[in-house]
Design a protein. Structure first.
Lengths: 317, 151, 410
């Protein structure tokens, strides 16, 4: 496959965008940063599918499309299925010689938000991974149903206030821990699974390329800060991802073939989670004295998760 | 800002999103399908925007300039072409060619200010100004290099 | 190259096997499926043809019917020939994506082996699933026996893929009664079938990278209505293509199909109109009624969507009293089929009496005697000049007689 040079940012910038402007994502949305980067990682033809969500409703509003590649959206839950079936059709037509260009390399990519990935589309995603289709699934994880006005998903972390896990006098917001989607997807035995962040553009691009190059289903969870629902200034999107990875709220790591875990980024100075939480309106209430224990709980969860990740990296099992 | 003399220039900003030419049922596309380009688009990833034949359906031909209250202004004299703004622009609005930052696509920029935030130069090569600020005035008012504060 | 699968001039096939042979001969590229009784053998057989090299396609068994149709959409948008099969609850799970397939104008062929919808759970045939699909924007045809399940599946590809149609199509057959009853079937030779169905010419092919396409854009109030109207027009206009494909098929095989089939209708005064395997029983009943001096006839719906209003009106124009049979629980209304036939006849010159019989739910048998009773009631209506019974009646139901709604008379 024709991967593009990501040696440095200047090299990378010589790629020609295949995801166009004048989409209707919010100003400062990380979704489009991530999507652009994926599409700039390869020169190959792409067939892209999207689950219903912010990305989908903002990039194909009739009579406009922001996609310079073939793209399909069916429903909230089935992007993994539609693109993997298209991949099978490609295989059949290539064999029969009925493609317009039988030799052109093609990659198949699906995008979904956390709602469609962790929740409503999980069965479809799991099925497509079990069937070992050759495609890459990118989750744009903004930890809520942003497209429908910010409801909690199973990716929403403890303590976040959302429109369906409202923080108030009797509640600190969401009560349950975020689902560990990366481990779940790795458990499918996928050749490449990772959690990446757009602020570390090169690690993310490298991860995307590994996923596109690997044969079989690959899954990448990307942190996609949502200024609208996380409640921060649009200009701070990248700064928020800096805090997310440096506080280890979003550790960056990959899992090869379901077991070989590599930590991709070790912060020199690990930040306290308060720094990350304090930068966002959705956690504002946690800084009241009565919810101090929740911040402590979040911090201890992070510490435990980080220790576990390191043990898994060492153990190689 | 440099003029890229975009081939698709006559189409640029031709549409306001939502202010479309509303055609009748007999003229809408079959199956809601939209084509991204006119003519043969083989190898489009190797073509720069100005070399492509965008269809009217491509949002590249549309503008969201009206979303903006503040606009980023680019000062080429300070820029080091690091391409931070290019990689993190969520609206594909940094015009970068041959490793050089050339300017901002004001048809697609929504004024989010991410480019300003990620600009590492001192002073910054991108700063926010009122949408109505004249380019000359903006550049004339560019701040001096900040001295490092003594610790 | 696929291994040649030999077919004899005459085979003994059940409806499922017949449909699966049509998929093989149509050289379907991809089948995405999930098993459900009674349609399972159709896709199982396709999988076996792939497994034994009888077809150069791929069989993807997914994790649900919703995924099956989702995969069919992705594969069809990727420019190849696509088909699957389902029934009942599986059909219900597919419904969300059925609308997407038709809205995107993808020519998928879905073999529906009709079965009742739960609750209560039931694996036998009624038309609840067929009716569930009636507003989904698909074309719908009904096969009354195994031969027809085979013939119509072949025709379906040719109709759906026609560039002036480009709509998905369902071919219905009755669960067990048709799907699991082995009957004589006269298949086409592999070569003749392949030639008849023809080569798939994709439209808006996602794998043609000289022309990238976006499928599934959002439309709101300023565009949605126009798109749905265009789709409805295409469904209505497909009738002429269906007619021409049927004509071509007749020329090839001698077997004639019409969007509305008529039996003993030349001079009929009373008639039963229905669809599915019941039609064959009704034909026998009509013949027996004629021996009793009743001018009985049968009208059958070959094509349920687009609904052939004019042909129904034409077929029924000489009738005085018509029994419209609905094999689906009407859920608080007249049967859906009744409503459509009544609407067609309301605008006719003759305005005959139109009555509604709910029958056969969950696979309950409808005997020749039951149908003869229906004919006798129609004759009574014709003689009286008004509907002498309840307008809607339940037939062959245990317990006190169940019927609703009387005709309004001075």
């Amino acid at each position: 496959m024709a991967i593009t040079s990501i040696k440095n940012l200047k090299e990378f910038s010589t790629n020609n965008d295949r995801f166009e402007g004048a989409h209707t994502l919010c100003p400062g949305c990380a979704h489009s940063m991530i999507v652009r980067e994926l599409m700039n990682c390869t020169d190959d033809n792409l067939v892209v599918s999207s689950n219903t969500g912010c990305l989908e409703v903002s990039t194909a509003v009739y009579p406009f499309t922001s996609w310079d590649t073939s793209w399909i959206h069916i429903g909230f839950e089935n992007a993994a299925t539609s693109v993997s079936a298209a991949q099978v059709m490609h295989k059949v037509r290539k064999k029969k010689g009925t493609l317009k260009d039988n030799d052109a390399p093609v990659k198949f990519v699906a995008f979904g938000g956390d709602g469609s990935t962790y929740d409503i589309g999980f069965q479809w995603l799991s099925g497509a991974f079990e069937r070992q289709h050759d495609f890459t699934y990118i989750c744009l994880d903004n930890e809520n149903y942003a497209n429908t006005g910010g409801q909690r998903s199973s990716a929403t972390p403890i303590g976040a206030t959302t429109s369906t896990s409202v923080a108030g006098t009797h509640s600190y917001g969401k009560k349950e821990k975020k689902k560990d989607i990366v481990s779940i997807m790795a458990a499918h035995g996928a050749p490449y699974v990772a959690q990446l962040s757009p602020n570390k553009w090169k690690m993310m691009a490298k991860g995307f390329q590994k996923a596109l190059e690997a044969e079989g289903p690959c899954f990448i969870n990307t942190v996609s800060p949502c200024c609208t629902e996380w409640k921060f200034e649009p200009k701070d999107t990248i700064a928020i991802t800096d805090l997310a990875v440096d506080s280890l709220m979003f550790p960056m790591y990959e899992i090869i073939d379901g077991h070989e875990l590599n930590i991709l980024y070790r912060p020199k100075n690990i930040l306290k989670v308060e720094d990350y939480l304090g930068a966002q309106g959705r956690y504002k209430h946690l800084f009241k004295p009565e919810y101090k224990h929740i911040i402590e709980k979040i911090q201890s969860d992070i510490d435990e998760d980080w220790a576990r990740l390191q043990r898994r990296e060492e153990a190689r099992v | 800002m440099q003029d890229l003399k975009l081939k698709a220039a006559e189409k640029r900003g031709a549409h306001q999103l939502g202010g479309d030419n509303l055609v009748g049922w007999d003229e809408v596309t079959q199956g809601i399908v939209l084509t991204s380009f006119d003519g043969d688009a083989t190898g489009v990833s190797h073509k720069k925007a100005e070399e492509r034949n965008y269809s009217d359906f491509n949002s590249y031909t549309a503008t969201v300039a009206s979303w903006r209250v503040m606009k980023p202004v680019f000062n080429i004299d300070v820029c080091i072409d690091c391409q931070n703004c290019w990689v993190w622009c969520p609206d594909s609005s940094i015009l970068s060619r041959d490793k050089q930052m050339l300017g901002i696509d004001y048809d697609h920029c929504k004024g989010c200010e991410v480019c300003v935030e990620v600009c590492p130069t001192n002073p910054k090569s991108l700063l926010m100004f009122s949408e109505y600020e004249d380019l000359g005035n903006a550049l004339a008012s560019w701040p001096e290099k900040k001295k490092k504060e003594k610790k | 190259m696929a291994v040649e699968f030999e077919v004899n001039e005459r085979e003994v096939w059940d409806g499922n096997y017949a449909a699966s042979q049509a998929l093989r001969q149509a050289d379907v590229d991809v089948v995405v499926a999930y098993p459900i009784t009674p349609s399972t053998p159709i896709v199982e057989n396709y999988g076996a043809y792939v497994g034994n090299g009888y077809i150069d396609g791929e069989f993807i068994m997914v994790e649900s019917e919703h995924a099956a149709m989702s995969g069919c959409i992705g594969a069809s948008a990727a420019g190849g020939r696509v088909s699957t099969a389902t029934s009942s609850q599986g059909f219900a799970l597919m419904v969300e994506v059925l609308y997407q397939a038709s809205g995107m104008r993808l020519p998928i062929v879905l073999n529906v082996v009709n079965r009742a919808l739960a609750a209560p759970l039931n694996v036998r045939g009624d038309h609840a699933d067929m009716y569930l699909g009636r507003d989904s924007g698909w074309l719908q045809m009904s096969a009354f026996n195994a031969q027809e399940a085979y013939d119509l599946a072949l025709c379906a590809f040719k109709i759906a893929e026609n560039h002036s149609v480009r709509l998905p199509m369902m071919v219905h057959q009755d669960g067990f009664i048709t799907s699991h009853t082995a009957q004589n079937v006269y298949p086409l030779s592999n070569e003749a079938a392949k030639k008849f169905v023809g080569v798939m010419n994709p439209v808006d092919d996602m794998l043609d990278f000289s022309r990238p396409v976006t499928y599934g854009a959002q439309t709101e109030e300023d565009w949605h209505f126009e798109h749905k109207a265009k789709q409805h027009k295409a469904i209505m206009d497909s009738a002429s293509v269906i007619d021409s494909v049927f004509a071509e098929f007749k020329e090839l095989t001698g077997r004639e199909y019409n969007r509305v089939e008529t039996y003993d209708m030349e001079d009929a005064e009373v008639c039963v109109i229905g669809l599915g395997s019941t039609v064959e029983s009704a034909r026998v009943a009509a013949k027996e009624m004629r021996k009793e001096g009743v001018k009985a006839g049968v009208v059958a719906m070959r094509v349920f969507r687009p609904f052939p209003y004019e042909e129904v009106r034409e077929a029924l124009k000489g009738c005085k009293s018509i029994a419209v049979t609905d094999r689906s629980s009407p859920g608080g209304a007249m049967g859906a089929f009744y409503n459509e036939v009544a609407a067609a006849m309301m605008t006719s010159q003759s305005r005959p009496l139109v009555t509604n019989y709910i029958y056969g739910l969950g696979g309950r048998d409808l005997s020749i005697e039951n149908i003869k009773t229906i004919f006798r009631e129609q004759q009574a209506n014709a003689d009286a000049g008004y509907i002498t019974t309840d307008i809607q009646q339940f037939t062959n139901l245990r317990g006190p007689k169940l019927g609703f709604f009387k005709t309004e008379r001075n």
